[in-house]
Design a protein around this ligand. Sequence first.
Ligand code: SAH
Ligand code: SF4
Ligand code: F3S
Length: 445
Amino acid sequence: MPDPLYFIETYGCQMNVYDSELVAGMLNKCGYSKTDDIHNADVIFLNTCAIREKAEDTVHNRLKNLHYMKKNNPQLLLGVLGCMAQNLKNELLESKPYVDVILGPDAYRRIPEILSDRNRDQKHQVDTKLSKFEIYEDLFPSRHEGVNAWISISRGCDKFCTFCIVPFTRGRERSRPMDGILNEVKEAVSMGFVEITLLGQNVNSYRTSEGKFHTLLEKVATIPGVKRIRYTSPHPQDMDEDLLQVMAENENVCNYIHLPLQAGADRILKRMNRTYTQMEYLELVEKIRNFIPDSSISTDIIVGFPGETQDEFIETLKVMEISAFDSAYMFKYSSRPGTKAAEYTDHIEEEVKQNRLQQVITLQKKLTLQQNKRHIGKTLPVLVDKESKKSPLKWAGRTEGNVGVIFDKTNEHPKEIVPVLIQDAQGVSLFGKRVIEKELLHEIN
Ligand code: SAH
Ligand code: SF4
Ligand code: F3S
């Protein structure tokens, strides 16, 4: 008999991408094979997100579609993993009884056992226990091919921002021992990955008996073959000088920081439990720019948090303008039952939220173009990702600041870092020309 086939569909953040790779690694080990065609699958897992209502709606709709597939193939095993499984266990069981397996983010180790139980009897399998210790230390992810390997260095979150569901879906914060992480980096490099992104909900609050985040980052930077290192998402509260120093001193640590702001007004930041003021945030941005010249900073913004007045919203625009973010992920506040902010009584009307969202998007478009234009005329190291979608004669690569660069192919290969003279900036992309090292030497001399 051929191996049974699995298909995993991933929603949400990079932590979920990493977790799907962990689950794939586990399924491969217990005799299942991956398929890229969902119609051939014997097992379908949706690895889900609960961060905003829309994320959950998407999965509800997807499950309705998959219900049809299951009607045609009653043997199909349908599983919901991840944050929404954790968040909505009972509701899912009631409204979608055709879902066979529901597993929260700390229950994946049980997958082999659950699949074999399930093959014996056809009962629902549910496990949404959160663990204080689970870090999946001895499991090896089966990674998607590409340039970048995601490596989770911690799990969970203890920050409890009042809008956020993550501390409830992912449980308490725990850090993996350094050795395990360093071995995983080495393994990823030996498999051909050249860029490493260290992941955690609060990646820079990483801490073990062997040291804090900056120590780990420095160790990763010295591993041969690691051409680029990124990390996401740091919390402003845990950005210290030691970390900025390591970033400044190690050439392969990208001069790029994703620094979620969320809101500009002090009263809203306090209500969000973000633990910094506008001034502290702006001072931090200045410090980053001083330590790491030509650094890029991106951010997350929430508009329409409960009680946000027009004047307070304008503070957000102001901070965005002063910080001159290179890019931003912008969201309308979405109430998450169970969080503290969901209980606030002064929720903002949808229309106002929509209008504010439009304003931040318009401002950010302007800032992104302005920031991208500052690169015109410079020669930047660009990591070649893949062929451009627009033309087989061009490459798509990325700068250290994570901006996409399109340039004509010469003799370079994916995964190589090459110098590119930036000639134009349009939309969110840069356009340039590969500089042949001889020309570069000539320029430098
Ligand atoms: N741990 C990361 C972010 C995780 S969630 C951090 O603290 O930066 C990613 C982003 O989703 C958040 O930064 C926030 O901007 C947004 N987000 C989280 N909860 C939200 C909610 N209830 N409504 C709208 N956006 C939300
Ligand atoms: Fe959510 Fe805040 Fe934790 Fe980020 S730091 S995951 S926004 S609670
Ligand atoms: Fe979503 Fe869970 Fe990530 S809620 S954003 S998948 S941690």
